[in-house]
Ligand binder design. Structure first.
Ligand code: HEC
Ligand code: HEC
Ligand code: HEC
Ligand code: HEC
Ligand code: HEC
Ligand code: HEC
Ligand code: HEC
Ligand code: HEC
Ligand code: HEC
Ligand code: HEC
Ligand code: HEC
Length: 444
């Protein structure tokens, strides 16, 4: 750091000056007793301990006690120590060059000895205590009071951010705002520059302190507030409104980390700042479903394509089970195509709407549409879920093994042939259907 260098240069000059001053004074006879203090003071048992430091102050290394302890006239072994530490130290150490620096209060007031020992110390730079934080705590309230601590702070390395003597910016910091973080440890958070333009990866180019605290926090990642508050009150008001107005809420949003369960703040590897590609993300919590799907023989195409989001919204929804639109919740319901908006957003409504058809569905006996027959009833037809599973199943065409009716699980045994199929269901005795050679059905 620049100011250290300046302090150092000041020192060299001043040491020379001191040496000159020592050579020309020290004449009075009383004082001669102490004229070779390197021997007299420390050789005997009196002050030998003063030299017992791992790091010894320069003047003591060369045995010059009197440079600070001026012997007083008389033979009473009395000395005068410059009472103002700043004057004493400044004799050899030029003060920090104050232009462009804001001095740390104790430095400005010359309280050098609050932090340094004048003779020597077991710590580098002759500071009194280690780790550094013990020194700081002599005057400052402990900065760590919250649940999560920033690593350098927890390790007591206060000086990794605060220069001890003075700084270029307020709060005893050398760099302002984000620069502080980016310069020293979080270089990789620096926005990437492509063709002279900063690629704003979300908000990494903003002031870090908008979202992070420097010392500690009650939230992970040293966030200033809970992730939900941070995102929702900050910028994503539309998600908040959706949160409030939606009838069905995804429990993932209520977890402690809320948004941060699924999103990262800074990197956009998978789009939408997601932690993982969407489906893998869903499986981090819905792991039982993952096992179910992996072992199922037949999968609904969008599920096989790993596209949970083609049917579900990730946040909150006005429709059950986070679907993006209507789908009846029961196994029977009066027919109204808008109730089936969900299935019909991908499948043609014609599979159900026309009584006779040659092409619209394979679920037909000759031309008679069996989808129509089951589903399209004004007062209480079967809904799709009576026969089809949502995600996957072990019978072809996602026909369910069982259909829940209250506490009864109605078994469905489906047999498929090349031109039709057959069903032995709890609902009725065995029926078969055939598109080419229509089977005999009960009169409808
Ligand atoms: C750089 C200036 C400096 C030098 C050099 C220095 N002292 Fe001191 N000394 C002080 C100051 C300032 C104090 C009183 C403040 C304090 O408590 O640290 C002090 C205090 C003392 C004391 C009384 C308190 C104590 O620590 O026991 C003794 C004894 C002493 N010095 C002996 C010595 C001897 C012997 C030497 C040479 C080997 C020496 N000093 C070199 C600055 C110096
Ligand atoms: C007589 C001159 C002199 C005086 C007075 C003096 N120092 Fe020093 N100081 C030195 C010398 C010489 C060094 C060794 C420089 C070096 O190693 O580069 C030094 C080194 C230091 C160091 C650095 C130690 C290190 O390991 O880097 C500190 C801190 C220090 N002094 C603090 C003080 C304080 C505080 C005072 C006032 C109590 C003071 N000095 C008074 C001459 C002096
Ligand atoms: C708040 C505590 C504190 C105060 C007050 C303080 N220092 Fe320091 N000083 C330190 C620490 C800590 C270091 C080690 C710096 C580092 O490692 O970055 C240091 C380093 C030094 C050094 C050696 C490195 C350098 O910067 O050249 C000298 C000399 C020094 N201080 C002199 C002084 C003098 C003279 C005063 C009084 C005007 C003073 N200090 C006041 C904490 C303090
Ligand atoms: C001798 C007492 C003393 C020691 C030791 C001390 N400080 Fe300070 N410090 C002060 C005083 C007094 C102020 C100015 C008043 C204030 O703002 O709290 C101050 C100011 C600060 C500020 C700026 C506060 C602001 O609001 O601008 C920071 C940061 C700081 N100190 C950090 C440290 C660190 C880190 C250490 C340990 C290396 C330390 N201090 C050791 C007394 C001390
Ligand atoms: C990672 C960098 C970093 C470390 C390490 C660090 N601080 Fe700070 N400190 C800051 C920043 C940034 C601020 C300004 C924060 C603000 O304005 O809210 C600050 C502010 C302060 C203040 C001013 C009071 C306040 O809260 O506004 C004090 C005192 C302080 N720190 C002491 C310490 C002490 C003591 C340590 C060591 C235990 C330490 N700091 C370690 C970055 C750091
Ligand atoms: C808009 C708010 C916001 C801003 C501005 C912001 N962050 Fe973050 N940061 C977050 C959130 C939320 C997380 C937790 C989610 C995560 O892990 O990505 C986080 C996580 C982190 C993490 C830990 C996870 C990781 O990616 O390693 C670091 C380190 C980090 N931020 C550094 C920074 C730095 C440095 C800056 C300034 C350049 C900054 N942040 C600016 C919101 C922000
Ligand atoms: C369960 C995981 C999950 C949680 C929790 C979550 N998100 Fe999302 N979020 C997603 C997915 C997946 C997308 C991508 C949607 C897409 O591509 O259609 C997304 C998209 C977004 C978008 C892009 C625009 C949009 O609406 O599609 C924003 C903004 C957003 N989320 C903010 C948030 C906020 C704020 C929170 C916390 C209140 C949050 N998310 C919580 C998974 C989640
Ligand atoms: C952080 C964990 C987590 C992630 C990630 C997650 N979910 Fe959930 N999800 C839950 C919890 C907790 C519930 C409520 C308990 C349950 O049904 O398992 C839930 C419930 C659901 C429900 C049923 C809602 C209801 O009203 O019953 C659906 C649908 C759902 N999640 C879909 C998804 C999709 C799609 C994804 C991926 C975009 C996803 N989840 C990612 C935790 C998560
Ligand atoms: C083709 C559309 C579709 C796709 C793709 C899809 N789901 Fe579903 N999901 C549904 C339907 C329909 C329901 C049941 C709705 C109901 O019960 O009314 C459902 C229900 C759920 C439930 C709630 C289960 C329960 O027992 O309450 C979860 C959790 C869920 N899906 C997660 C996922 C995940 C994770 C993926 C991606 C692997 C995914 N879904 C893909 C349509 C789909
Ligand atoms: C996001 C679009 C989408 C939605 C919503 C959707 N499906 Fe599908 N479904 C598909 C696709 C794509 C196929 C494969 C079509 C093909 O192979 O021709 C498919 C195939 C099917 C099949 C035939 C499976 C097979 O093995 O041939 C059935 C049965 C089915 N869907 C039922 C439903 C039901 C019931 C709903 C409403 C609960 C629904 N689907 C909602 C996209 C969707
Ligand atoms: C009574 C049981 C039953 C109900 C209710 C039912 N399906 Fe089907 N569905 C079948 C059978 C059986 C097949 C297989 C036909 C074949 O391939 O022989 C089938 C096939 C399908 C197919 C594949 C394409 C086709 O038409 O052959 C789709 C898509 C489909 N059904 C969607 C739906 C939708 C959407 C609903 C609700 C609106 C629904 N089904 C209600 C029994 C049912």
């Amino acid at each position: 750091m620049a100011h250290k260098r300046m302090l150092g240069t000041g020192l060299m000059l001043s040491v020379l000056l001191c040496a000159v001053r020592l050579a020309t004074t020290a004449a009075a006879p009383e004082e001669q007793k102490h004229s070779d203090p390197s021997k007299s003071c420390v050789l005997g048992k009196c002050h030998a301990d003063i030299l017992k430091h791992k790091y010894l102050h320069g003047p003591l290394i060369v045995g010059q006690c009197t440079v600070c302890h001026a012997p007083l006239p008389g033979n009473q072994h009395k000395f005068r120590v410059e009472q103002s530490a700043i004057k004493l130290c400044a004799a050899c150490h030029k003060r920090v060059d104050t232009t462009g620096y804001m001095l740390h209060d104790p430095v400005a007031k010359g309280k050098c000895l609050k932090c340094h020992d004048s003779h020597g110390s077991e710590e580098p730079s002759m500071v009194r205590l280690s780790p550094q934080v013990k020194m700081c705590n002599d005057c400052h309230k402990p900065v760590l009071t919250r649940k999560y601590a920033h690593k350098p702070v927890a390790e007591g390395k206060c000086l990794s951010c605060h220069p001890a003597h003075g700084s270029r910016a307020k709060k005893l910091l050398d760099a302002l705002g984000s620069e502080q973080c980016l310069q020293q440890c979080h270089e990789k958070m620096r926005p990437v520059v492509v063709a002279g333009k900063e690629q704003k990866l979300h908000l990494a180019s903003e002031d870090c302190s908008k979202c992070h605290r420097a010392h500690d926090s009650n939230y992970p990642s040293l966030l200033t507030r809970s992730p939900a508050e941070l995102c929702l009150d900050g910028c994503h008001k539309e998600i908040k409104e959706n949160r409030v107005s939606s009838e069905f809420k995804h429990d993932a949003m209520k977890k402690e980390l809320a948004c941060v369960e699924c999103h990262r703040a800074h990197d956009n590897k998978f789009g939408r700042l997601l932690r993982k590609p969407a489906t893998d993300l869903c499986f981090t919590c819905h792991d039982e479903l993952q096992t179910q799907l992996e072992t199922a023989k037949f999968k609904h195409r969008p599920v096989a394509d790993k596209s949970c989001l083609s049917c579900h919204v990730p946040h909150d929804s006005n429709y059950r089970k986070l679907l993006f639109t209507d789908y009846p919740s029961d196994i029977s319901s009066a027919y109204d195509p808008s109730n089936y908006a969900f299935c019909f957003s991908c499948h043609s409504e014609k599979i159900v709407s026309e009584r006779y058809t040659d092409t619209n569905t394979d679920f037909r006996n000759g031309r008679l549409n069996l989808h129509y027959l089951h589903v399209n009833k004004e007062n209480g037809g079967q809904t799709c879920r009576a026969c089809h599973g949502d995600h996957a199943g072990n019978q072809p065409k996602q026909i369910r093994d069982t259909t829940p009716l209250g506490s009864w699980k109605i078994p469905l045994r489906f047999k498929k042939s090349d031109t039709g199929g057959g069903c032995l269901a709890g609902c009725h005795s065995e029926y078969t259907y055939d598109r080419v050679k229509p089977a005999q059905l009960r009169a409808q």
